[in-house]
Design a protein around this ligand. Sequence first.
Ligand SMILES: [Zn+2]
Length: 153
Amino acid sequence: MTMQERRKLVSELKQQGKSNTEIARILCITRKQVEYALETKDYRPKTKICEECGEEFIPKRSKRKICYKEECYIKRHRRQVREYQQRQAKSPYGRIRPYTYTSNLLIADDIKKGRSIKWMARMYDRDPDDLKKHIDKIKNDGTLEKILRRIYK
Ligand SMILES: [Zn+2]
């Protein structure tokens, strides 16, 4: 039995919940040898495939996804910038933007207090037409009613 085979068997038995004494008995080795097998890690370096160039490399940190070549670092960085810009372009966070539960909560409170759409649009820096459309929607689908019931019960 090679050292590597022994390490493999010992760690398998350990994972099954066996004690060092039991492992020693099963494998006909001493407890010292079991302990030694558990201590010595497999020192063969683990390689990864670089996500940019596809070449094998040895990561210094486990989370590393690209190799240590300058060009791969630059490529990755460019890609991240490009992806960020594409995401930004798809969702322009201007005066028309998604409504969250919190925005609905504030709107419900404003409606209860009789504030106008114009007032709310200015307050939350939203497009008045888009806001009106949204208020109609949450009035019709019962969302507004539900929120009002929750906050003014
Ligand atoms: Zn690379």
